[in-house]
Design a protein around this ligand. Sequence first.
Ligand SMILES: Cc1cc2nc3c(=O)[nH]c(=O)nc-3n(C[C@H](O)[C@H](O)[C@H](O)COP(=O)(O)O)c2cc1C
Length: 165
Amino acid sequence: MKAVVVYESVWGNTATIARAIAEGIGNDTRALNTSEATPQALAGVDLVVGGAPLMAFTLPTESSRKQIGADPKHRDNPPNLSNPSMRAWLKALGAGSGHGAGFETGFNWSPGSAAKRLAKGLSSAGYKTAMPHERFLVTGTYGPLRDGEIERAREWGATIAGKIS
Ligand SMILES: Cc1cc2nc3c(=O)[nH]c(=O)nc-3n(C[C@H](O)[C@H](O)[C@H](O)COP(=O)(O)O)c2cc1C
């Protein structure tokens, strides 16, 4: 089974969860950012897991990313906006025939979802939903992740792999 975990991450928390999910899936699965997850990297995949931070109750938009880049309050925690947004990545995603699943990082209390939108994007491209979308919790805007979330992500990845193999 060939799988890829693709992520958008501004401060690294979603990237950490993506790597843990990839570990859980096993089989040398890689976690790739939206620049690295090229059509070649996705060729012949049986499973695409996508993740992004929950921002303003949804998948980050170009305008929310622009605002983050311009906001002086993030000066001490510079955002990494060097890779395309997950929205742009999904828009460019070609048709696929494997399975898909979406996850997000965000606060426990928050309404809305980035992962739901993401999972819908994967399913529109033809990837059959392997698992309901999931949220992994951060304790602040810049992190850290809540205790136990990395382990939970690893288990979530293993569960998906078990379901589709
Ligand atoms: C402008 C902005 C809006 C945000 N909105 C939400 C939100 O609506 N719900 C939520 O749970 N977290 C929200 N967050 C917190 C992000 O989910 C958190 O920063 C993210 O999980 C960090 O992931 P990253 O380290 O991969 O970038 C927001 C953060 C920013 C900067």
